[in-house]
Design a protein around this ligand. Structure first.
Ligand SMILES: [Zn+2]
Length: 79
């Protein structure tokens, strides 16, 4: 088993609406298995929530990852 879930990394989050911002995400969030907005939130439905881009270094291109979130969390984050 891996311990990636317990690690976070700094990424640029580009939501469907609003300005990109830097956030820290877990492996689960990065791979679209957990809500990208909150860590303590709950809910059964996860929907597309834009992308995050990992910056792996000055000389490498950013990698884009499709991420998901609860609809309610997206609304709150867009405020
Ligand atoms: Zn959520």
């Amino acid at each position: 088993m891996s311990n990636l879930v317990d690690q976070t990394m700094l990424v640029e989050y580009r939501p469907p609406e609003g300005q990109p911002r830097d956030i820290r995400v877990t492996g689960e969030q990065l791979h679209g298995q957990a809500c990208i907005v909150g860590t303590g939130c709950t809910g059964d439905v996860l929907v597309d929530a834009g992308h995050v881009h990992t910056t792996t270094g000055e000389r490498s291109a950013p990698l884009g990852w499709a991420v998901v979130a609860h609809p309610q969390c997206i609304e709150e984050a867009a405020c």
